[in-house]
Write a protein that binds this ligand. Structure first.
Ligand code: ADP
Ligand code: MG
Length: 167
């Protein structure tokens, strides 16, 4: 588990961009957090780093948008999802098999029908400063070991909630 803290939207995009550099074909990232946590903001930074030139907006009503880039990016938002079958129907697994990368907003909701290897990015608005986001990175499956390699990429935003409080 890697804990980070960003002070504004640009920093969250910079974190996302740093992580995007380590992505490989077929990678899946689940974005978890309430409305306004910064999931779409994160995706914008991530997509930009992959070479997406279009402006990325929330695909809330269409469920998924795909962008051409160095690695094709599939941006999914399952907020309005009524049945998990809708996620299955997107054919995300097949799209990933074609060599793209997928980012899923509200990924925790769709987890039962998604592959077991993923990087989870949990984002929360700070209780004291509402421009601050507390972000936790946690890998599952093959990402458990890859998670370790992410730490140096996001070093400047690392934050340890346990030790910082004692200083
Ligand atoms: P979500 O997709 O999770 O609903 P958005 O990315 O659409 O969230 O919205 C996040 C909002 O919070 C944006 O208006 C963004 O500018 C603002 N914001 C303020 N501080 C931050 C931060 N540190 N990280 C990300 N977004 C931030
Ligand atoms: Mg969003």
């Amino acid at each position: 588990m890697i804990q980070l803290r960003t002070n504004n939207a640009l920093e969250t995009q910079a974190v996302a961009a740093a992580l995007a550099e380590s992505m490989r074909p077929r990678d899946l990232v689940l974005l978890v957090g309430e409305m306004g946590a910064g999931k779409t903001t994160f995706t914008q930074g991530f997509g930009h780093a992959l070479g997406v030139t279009e402006h990325i907006t929330s695909p809330t009503f269409v469920l998924m948008r795909s962008y051409d880039a160095r690695l094709p990016l599939h941006h999914v938002d399952v907020y309005r999802l009524t049945q998990l079958q809708e996620v299955i129907d997107l054919g995300l697994v097949e799209l990933l098999d074609e060599g793209g990368v997928a980012l899923v907003e509200w990924g925790d909701v769709a987890r039962p029908v998604l592959p077991r290897d993923f990087l989870e990015v949990r984002m929360a608005v700070d209780e004291i400063d509402d421009d601050v986001r507390n972000i936790v990175l946690e890998g599952s499956g093959s990402w458990t070991t890859r998670e370790t390699s992410l730490a140096p990429l996001v070093e400047e935003w690392r934050y340890n909630s346990k030790t910082e409080g004692q200083q």
